[in-house]
Design a protein around this ligand. Structure first.
Ligand code: G3D
Ligand code: MG
Length: 184
C-alpha cells in the first residue's frame, strides 16, 4: 500500500429519515445544500480527502438512501465501518422527538453489525430552535450511558457547526489509527 493511502476510513451516517443526513454530507463534502429532497433507493456514498500533519486521509461517507430498503441492506452497509455518525433532528415536532428516541435503536444496530467503532451524535436542524431553550441534559445522558465520543449541534441549512463536527470525527479516527500503525 502506498504511504499516501495509509488512512482510508468508511464512516456511516445513520438516523431516522428526514433528519438531514444527506444534507449534512453534502454540506460538508461540497459546501452545497440540496434544497430538493430526491428519494432514491439503496445506499450512496461521498468521498472526502483530508490531510492531517502531512498524512493523507480518505473518508468514505456512507448514507442511507431510502429508509424502507434499509433492512435488507443493513449487513453490507455496516460492514467494515470505522466510525458512525448518528443524526437526529432538534425540531420540535414528532419527527424530532422520535428521531431522538431512536438514537439508542440505531446504536443497537451498530452493536449488532460492527466491532468497536467511534460514534458521535449530530443534533441537526439547530437553526429551527432557540438554542438557549435547549435542554442539553437529555442528549448528554445518552452520550454518557452509551459511551459515545460526544455530540455536536449542527445545521445543514446554515452550515453552523458542520465543519467542526465532521472534523472532530476525522481527527478522532486519525489519532486512533496513527497510534495503531505506530504499534505495528
Ligand atoms: P435524510 O437524508 O436524513 O433523510 P435530508 O434528510 O438531508 O434529505 O433532509 C430532509 C429535509 O430536512 C430536507 O427538506 C432538508 O432540506 C431539510 N434539512 C436538512 N438539514 C436541515 C437543517 O439543518 N435545517 C433545516 N431547517 N432543514 C434541514 P425538504 O423540505 O427538502 O424535504
Ligand atoms: Mg437521505
Amino acid at each position: 500500500m502506498k504511504d499516501s493511502q495509509k488512512f482510508g476510513f468508511k464512516v456511516i451516517v445513520i438516523g431516522d429519515g428526514s433528519v438531514g443526513k444527506t444534507s449534512l454530507i453534502e454540506k460538508f463534502t461540497q459546501g452545497t445544500f440540496q434544497k430538493e429532497y430526491i428519494k432514491t433507493i439503496g445506499a450512496q456514498f461521498s468521498e472526502f480527502d483530508a490531510e492531517i500533519s502531512g498524512d493523507k486521509i480518505r473518508l468514505l461517507f456512507w448514507d442511507i438512501a431510502g429508509q424502507d430498503d434499509f433492512l435488507f441492506l443493513r449487513p453490507s452497509f455496516y460492514r467494515e465501518s470505522r466510525a458512525a455518525i448518528i443524526v437526529y433532528s432538534l425540531e420540535e415536532n414528532d419527527l424530532g422527538k422520535r428521531s431522538f428516541e431512536h438514537i439508542t435503536d440505531w446504536h443497537d444496530d451498530i452493536k449488532q453489525y460492527c466491532e468497536e467503532i467511534s460514534i458521535v451524535v449530530f443534533a441537526n436542524k439547530v437553526d429551527l430552535i432557540k438554542e438557549d431553550n435547549l435542554d442539553k441534559s437529555l442528549i448528554q445522558d445518552v452520550i454518557k450511558e452509551r459511551n459515545f465520543l460526544g455530540y455536536y449541534l449542527t445545521s445543514a441549512k446554515t452550515g453552523k457547526g458542520v465543519i467542526e463536527a465532521f472534523n472532530a470525527i476525522i481527527n478522532e479516527l486519525y489519532q486512533k489509527y496513527k497510534e495503531l500503525s505506530r504499534s505495528l
